[in-house]
Design a binder for this molecule. Structure first.
Ligand SMILES: O=P(O)(O)O[C@@H]1[C@@H](OP(=O)(O)O)[C@H](OP(=O)(O)O)[C@H](O)[C@H](OP(=O)(O)O)[C@H]1OP(=O)(O)O
Ligand SMILES: Nc1ncnc2c1ncn2[C@@H]1O[C@H](COP(=O)(O)OP(=O)(O)OP(=O)(O)O)[C@@H](O)[C@H]1O
Length: 500
């Protein structure tokens, strides 16, 4: 890629989240991830070019020096900061505007700084021996996979029902989504194949922003139109069918939709549970802590034949969950420590730099993260360490897992994997046809220190809303798939939520 000869026609809209917009190159297997700003800032850039550059560099450093050590290098692609010509960025912004989902247009692409992150395109990895079959890619945003076990948790419900399942009630009440998802992260992270299968099936039924499927680098299944349902199961099955017609199925050219979906999910489960060997990151083993079932999950516990032992310690799920569990105190226990740090910074503003509240994310930061007294000794250092650990856990709770699959055939069995991606590659050799695969973790940006009060408010709102809506359900009734709150009640909700 020659930065001085950038042509917007060689790039297309790929996707976006809350903070960044991603475009992919039409030929090369790379993407550019550009910052987004609130639309009201579109006339005046909210930060200088230097600040934008620092922000993107911080993302790279946080990913490569911190998250990669915890999650395992093989899963993490930190990319590099690039400085793009402003005219190219402006033209690109115009070109992609009409493809952006309306619900994301409260933010605009940064057209002022020219800074972007260049990453390998994980939805269409280049193969040493190119195959004619396009890569199939599944992106899952699993969210928090454990129940808090901290003594600081004030509401018993938080130790029984997971944050995602409670949050679903709040999202529906607020009109974010029309229906609640029946996906539960504790099922996905359980390591139990039946529960994982069930979890992925629920994601397919109600993808929200937790599931996207790509074929040949193009998104073929998601609910990116927000509350308008855009996903179509039949169309997904149509795309999947050629990958799963095998043996007798191929000859008979008929495979039931159920069998097709079962095989597809099985391949994804295999990839999520598989190892990849090598480095495994440096997380703490907390597998035994906390309950492993969420009471709101519709998965019937009786169906679990062999219990849930947790995922293998070298799998992506294990690494993500271990890192999430650096949130040992829960937001309720963390908040007083945030206040301790905040008070100190108010008294000594220059300390913000020494304490690395906004980076740099280097070895010294990692050391602060690890060197934490086991008990609160009342020190600033303890509070800072815990705040840093919490922010790292937040990043892991909001990250995405990308599984890229390519059907493997004998001629390809000697190649060296999915190049451009340092992670492992293996053959999934169970009943469905063998696939070579790569697993990556995306969106490993640092979460700002100043977001912590918002986290506490959101936590209180979610719990209040859940308690209110679960009281509204008849005893023993399964959660319904419709909003519980009227517009007036929604207003009322806010009165219940305690201000911080
Ligand atoms: O707080 P949560 O759990 O709702 O997570 C936010 C996500 O909402 P979700 O519940 O996944 O739909 C939210 O995702 P959406 O915009 O809803 O797709 C963002 O990922 C947000 O992160 P950031 O502020 O952009 O860095 C996320 O905020 P952080 O809490 O990670 O800062
Ligand atoms: N390296 C990559 N290769 C392929 N696709 C990518 C890559 N990075 C991001 N994407 C796609 O772009 C989308 C948006 O990226 P990302 O999740 O990083 O945005 P974000 O704004 O940080 O998200 P969030 O809402 O969590 O803050 C992803 O969901 C994914 O589909």
């Amino acid at each position: 890629m020659e930065l001085d000869k950038m042509d917007e026609n060689e790039w297309r809209y790929h996707g976006e989240g809350n903070k960044s917009l991603v475009v992919s190159h039409v030929q090369l297997s790379i993407v550019l991830r550009l910052l987004k700003y609130p639309a009201e800032d579109s006339e005046n850039p909210p930060q200088t070019v230097e600040q934008a550059f620092r922000q993107v560099q911080n993302i790279v450093d946080f990913s490569s020096n911190v998250m990669s050590c915890l999650l395992g290098e093989k899963f993490v692609h930190s990319g590099e900061v690039v400085k793009l010509p402003l005219e190219f960025v402006r033209q690109l912004s115009i070109k992609v505007q009409h493809q952006r989902p309306a619900w994301r247009c409260d933010k605009v692409m940064d057209i002022y700084s020219g800074c972007a992150l260049c990453l390998p395109n994980l939805t269409s990895p280049t193969l040493h021996q190119p195959t004619h079959t396009p890569t199939l890619c599944i992106e899952i945003k699993p969210k928090c996979g454990f129940l808090p076990y901290s003594k600081h948790v004030s509401q018993d419900i938080k130790t029984k029902v997971c944050r995602f399942c409670m949050h679903q009630h709040y999202k529906v009440a607020m009109g974010t989504w029309k229906r609640r998802s029946r996906y539960c992260p504790l099922d996905l992270f359980s390591g139990n194949r039946q529960r994982m299968h069930f979890a992925i099936r629920q994601l397919i039924d109600e993808p929200q922003n937790n599931l996207k499927i790509f074929k040949g680098g193009r998104c073929i299944f998601s609910s990116m139109d927000g509350i308008e349902d855009s996903m179509d199961l039949n169309s997904l099955l149509h795309h999947l069918r050629p990958y799963f017609q095998y043996g007798n199925n191929r000859i008979n050219s008929h495979m039931t939709s159920k069998a097709l979906l079962t095989d597809f999910i099985q391949v994804v489960v295999n990839a999520l549970l598989s190892a990849g060997g090598g480095d495994g990151g440096v997380g703490m083993d907390r597998r035994g802590e906390g309950r492993s079932f969420c009471e709101a999950s519709p998965f019937n516990k009786e169906r679990t034949r062999h219990g849930s032992q947790g995922s293998p310690s070298d799998s992506v799920l294990y690494r993500v969950r271990q890192t999430q569990m650096l949130d040992t105190l829960d937001i309720e226990g963390l908040y007083p420590l945030y206040r301790r740090v905040e008070q100190h910074l108010r008294d000594f503003p220059k300390e913000r730099t020494r304490l690395q509240m906004d980076g740099p994310y280097n070895e010294a930061f990692l050391e602060k993260l690890h060197k934490c007294p086991s008990e609160d000794d009342g020190s600033l250092e303890y509070a800072v360490s815990k705040v840093h650990q919490y922010r790292v856990a937040m990043t892991a709770k909001d990250s995405q897992i990308m599984v890229a699959l390519v059907p493997s055939c004998e001629e390809e069995e000697d190649d060296e994997g999915l190049p451009g991606q340092r992670q492992h590659r293996d053959f999934l050799s169970s009943r469905p046809p063998a696939f070579s695969y790569s697993v990556s973790i995306l969106d490993l940006d640092p979460k700002p220190f100043d977001n912590i009060p918002r986290q506490l408010r959101l936590d209180q709102n979610i719990v209040s809303c859940y308690l209110r809506s679960s009281c509204a359900l008849p005893k023993g009734a399964l959660p319904s798939h419709s909003g519980i709150f009227t517009a007036a009640e929604r207003e009322d909700c806010t009165l219940l939520f305690h201000p911080v």
